[in-house]
Design a protein around this ligand. Sequence first.
Ligand SMILES: Cc1cc2nc3c(=O)[nH]c(=O)nc-3n(C[C@H](O)[C@H](O)[C@H](O)COP(=O)(O)OP(=O)(O)OC[C@H]3O[C@@H](n4cnc5c(N)ncnc54)[C@H](O)[C@@H]3O)c2cc1C
Length: 400
Amino acid sequence: MARVDCDVLVIGGGIVGLSTAYAVARAAPGTRVTVLEKEPGPARHQTGRNSGVIHSGIYYRPGSLKARYAVRGAAEIQKFCAEYDIPHAQTGKLIVATERAELPRLHALVQRGRENGIPVRELGPAQIADYEPHVRGLAAIHVATTGICDYRQVARHLAEMSGARIHYGAQVTCIDRRPDRGVAVRTADGLVVRGKVMVNCAGLHCDEVARLAGDDPGMRIVPFRGEYFELARPDLVRGLVYPVPDPAFPFLGVHLTRGIDGGVHVGPNAVPALAREGYRWGTVRPRELAATLAWPGSWRIARRHWRYGAGELRRSVSARSFAGAVQRLLPEVTAADLVPAPAGVRAQAVLRDGTLVDDFLIREAARTVHVLNAPSPAATASLPIGRAVARRALVALAEG
Ligand SMILES: Cc1cc2nc3c(=O)[nH]c(=O)nc-3n(C[C@H](O)[C@H](O)[C@H](O)COP(=O)(O)OP(=O)(O)OC[C@H]3O[C@@H](n4cnc5c(N)ncnc54)[C@H](O)[C@@H]3O)c2cc1C
């Protein structure tokens, strides 16, 4: 049976795990880092299936990890992309109010942006048309520091620059942690890896990995699929156009994003996924679904948000309804302009009482750091998150 020994053992080769490996290498050169990733390559889940937006940090509660890490991370990721020649651009974006009821929330975003140190410009309808001639709205804000990039390439470079030993096709199925002997994990095909400290960056499976280690994470991942369409008439949109988000949800609402490839994506919505990696309605994993339904928090979300959820479900099964929602921002769009595109699934942590965990959540246990909530904007914020996780792992390593 193969054996590998290392100092820091990272589970998960998404952007958070790879950024952690990279940060360990920079903070403590010579530390032996091993990354175990169950897929045949990096970034096959959330990191490779997102909107590709470098968020400015405007949305997040001042002082929260999201606000601090997104603002810092946005500048750092642009620098990282420039340094390694990864496609990226600082495009700016519009957040557009289409109904009167949204105006106070738009105004609150202006305040929040200013508190987070983000320059914003308030626009009336004529100025909206200067930026986006086909978009309609009552008022908008322009955020200049928003950008786009290719997070798959960022992840690949982090993997390379980390110097870590990375095993792909290595799904961790068993964890044995002993106070005097560190952590030993076994993968589905029998590889055994021993580390002095373990870091759990397993994204959609982070709560399962925590429980494999014998820790009670106090939350469950409830997977929310985000479906996308490609706009067949990309000339209708120049840059990034977002609605005013509903503060009851940690999701930003269906937006229009001209990506780094030049195409315009429309989405993502937010519907319950029937498997953690349930990228379409037909993917159902009864064991995972049963675990989601057995978590009291899932039912509490359903009771609280059923009306919103029913609308999202309708828009998921009917391109015409989806187009109807987009028409609020872009009246010329029709269902015929929407070409189905690959979906992503968000790993959203939910507490027992139904609270959707809003901020990033990092918890420590003996010889272990668990990343338990790293939803959007965690790709933007990946470099600061990686440093924060690496710092904790290195403290645990020093404590022996
Ligand atoms: C639809 C959507 C749109 C988004 N848009 C944006 C955006 O525009 N900007 C932004 O900043 N953020 C965005 N995000 C959020 C961002 O993509 C995520 O926050 C980020 O990618 C999380 O990275 P991660 O490494 O934690 O997770 P992941 O990328 O999911 O990586 C976790 C890895 O762990 C592996 N793994 C799991 N279990 C095991 C196991 N037992 N053994 C070994 N490996 C395991 C998985 O295979 C996976 O590769 C979006 C997310 C989604 C879903």
